[in-house]
Design a protein around this ligand. Structure first.
Ligand code: ZN
Length: 390
């Protein structure tokens, strides 16, 4: 099969190419070349990009206004049905790879395997299984408590046993858990160090939920691979990011979606109050981190209030408007950089790479919002969604 691109972005920061043919065979890209005059092609689009990579999702959550309430009311079977539904929505929207960072019962691990086995449609996946938090800490309703360095090691081992291929730890409070203060550190440095050491021994990468300044620095000093949120980072944290090479996944949509839906009803008052504080810090700090050279990987925390799995394009729009990234740079953060962090594939379109791509009706440089409505989505060489337009 040959897909012809008017403008072609490969996921790197290399200049986009014009009038390019992408040849696909056996699920992979086998050649990329300038389209010869009169050559045949099977499908064409004004713009072609790699499939998007969302480094932070929660597939069993569907953007309900009250996360804790919804999870408390749903049975494990009902949560599994939602995760299956959200995996399909994710893929149809053009997100061909995700990392699930926290679920109940190991649901996301089973979803990952079901997709790999071809039983259900969905993106390529990594899954952390239940997150590791302190007793009563942020996210306890989707996690396992660890209360000492040895317990931290045991938590990592239990998640590996369940099939996790990455680990999530909770370094600070968070917005969606009643009573957890986002600015306060939670897991201790020694607990973080033990969890990270144990995970790295087994070649698993570790992501830390961290909003408060002290917790961000605790996790970075302990050798974390990525900071999720990171909204209250300071100059010292920026230096630690650069010294360690850790990634920042800023999940800009998470607080923004909460605050954009204040009047839709159903959100607990404590969520709104905390989101206001976090959003203010985010607006102040994340752009500075980006401009200082911290590696930013795309991830949206999809599943949190009004933050839908099929709306990942909004995160790229916010990277453009809030962080000052060009559409090309935002695409790079949400493809190659996020893929680099997840470690499944390279997130780029090149010879020998998986044929995961989006066909778009306009160049993203003209209007990044075109990513909201791909004309067609391909995963592994097969179209998973096409519109009639050609
Ligand atoms: Zn999350």
């Amino acid at each position: 099969m040959i897909v012809r691109a008017g403008v072609f972005y490969d996921g790197t920061l290399a200049s986009p190419r014009h009038n390019v043919d992408i040849e696909i065979d056996g699920g992979a890209v086998v050649a990329i070349r300038h389209a010869a005059e009169g050559a045949r092609c099977d499908r064409s689009a004004a713009c072609v990009t790699p499939g998007l990579v969302n480094a932070h999702v929660h597939l069993e959550m569907s953007g309900e206004a009250d996360t804790m309430g919804a999870l408390a009311l749903l049975t494990p079977n009902q949560r599994m049905i939602r995760a299956i539904e959200n995996a399909a929505k994710t893929l149809r929207a053009g997100v061909t790879t995700v990392r699930d960072l926290g679920c109940t019962n190991a649901i996301a691990i089973d979803i990952r395997d079901g997709i790999e086995q071809g039983r259900i449609p969905g993106p390529r996946m990594r899954a952390s299984g239940p997150l590791l938090c302190m007793t009563g800490g942020h996210g306890w309703f989707a996690g396992r408590a660890i209360d000492s360095p040895w317990d931290a090691r045991k938590g990592v081992r239990e998640n590996m046993w369940a099939g996790a291929d990455c680990i999530k730890v909770v370094a600070t409070g968070g917005v969606l858990t009643k009573g957890a203060v986002p600015g306060n550190a939670q897991l201790l440095p020694e607990e973080l160090e033990a969890a990270i050491h144990e995970a790295h021994r087994h070649r698993l990468r570790v992501a830390a939920h961290a909003i408060g300044t002290e917790g961000i620095k605790n996790a970075l000093r302990a050798g974390i691979d990525s900071i999720e949120h990171g909204h209250m980072l300071d100059d010292e944290a920026i230096e630690l990011f650069k010294a360690t090479g850790a990634y920042l996944v800023p999940t800009l949509t998470a607080p923004v979606c909460i605050l954009e839906h204040l009047h839709d009803g159903g959100q607990p008052e404590f969520v709104i109050r905390k989101a206001e504080v976090v959003n203010e810090a985010m607006q102040r700090n994340i752009r500075r981190a980006y401009e200082s050279g911290v590696k930013i990987a795309g991830g949206s925390d999809a599943g949190t209030p009004f933050n839908y799995h099929e709306s990942y394009a909004y995160e790229l729009e916010l990277m453009h408007t809030l962080l000052g990234m060009s559409p090309h740079e935002a695409l790079h953060a949400a493809t190659a950089v996020a893929a680099d962090l997840i470690g499944l594939h390279r997130g780029i379109l090149g010879e020998g790479e998986p044929a995961d791509m989006l066909l778009l009706e306009r160049d993203i440089a003209e209007d990044i919002r075109v990513l909201r409505t791909p004309v067609a989505v391909m995963k592994g060489g097969a179209f998973v969604r096409t519109s009639d337009a050609r």
